[in-house]
Ligand binder design. Structure first.
Ligand code: TYD
Length: 195
């Protein structure tokens, strides 16, 4: 089982992904929590490259996909083979939302690269944490180049459009306290995880 958390910067997905990890681990399940881009040596190096240089959108897309190719083959597939439940902090939906709707690259191309990079592996569910951009920006104290307002508006709208076209996407209102949002996350996932 593969569950990915998605949402704009400041939506709280890393916090919620960790809470789910702790919740399921306490229940005695074998769970792995991984992040994109990252969670392998190569992918963490790519993450550093992306953080420290403003690549052109086309190059940026390929770097995110390169990190994904490493992560899926080195960590995600082996964990799934061991029968673990894998929780991903970002996955293929982020690339469609950020590089597609945000940067304007073609969605069909991104779909194809997503399939190639992830070896055809599909998430069973995406938890989309939705929050108005203004509120998300208030939550983030550190600003980086991904966090310009109009860009994030396009990304948020993109995520919402993706949610409409894919029934695996579980839309969760990310406003409110950590605990409130986590209750919504568990409720949204109850059909998928039986938790
Ligand atoms: P994230 O780990 O959420 O940020 P942080 O370092 O603040 O915890 O993700 C890093 C950035 O990468 C984020 O702005 C979203 C972006 N991203 C893409 O643009 N495309 C992608 O395919 C992925 C996975 C992330």
């Amino acid at each position: 089982m593969l569950v990915a958390f998605e949402g704009i910067d400041g939506s709280g997905k890393s916090t919620q992904a960790r809470k789910l990890y702790e919740h399921l681990t306490k229940k005695g399940l074998k769970v792995e929590l991984l992040r994109e881009p990252g969670s392998t040596e190569g992918a963490e190096r790519v993450r550093e490259l992306l953080k420290n240089y403003a690549f052109l959108p086309e190059a940026e897309l390929l770097l995110f996909e390169a990190a994904r190719a490493e992560l899926v083959r080195r960590r995600v597939l082996p964990a799934l083979r061991e029968g673990k439940l894998v929780i991903l902090d970002r996955f293929t939906l982020s690339t469609l939302a950020y590089q597609g709707y945000g940067r304007g690259l073609p969605l069909e191309l991104i779909d194809e690269l997503n399939r190639f990079a992830s070896a055809g592996l599909r998430a069973d569910a995406f938890v989309l944490l939705d929050l108005p951009v203004e509120e998300a920006l208030r939550r983030i104290k550190r600003a980086d180049r991904f966090e310009e307002r109009s860009f994030l508006e396009r990304v948020r709208e993109g995520f919402l459009k993706l949610a409409e076209r894919d029934e695996r996407v579980l839309l969760v209102d990310a406003a409110g306290s950590e605990e409130e949002v986590f209750r919504r996350v568990l409720k949204a996932l109850s059909g998928v995880l039986g938790v």
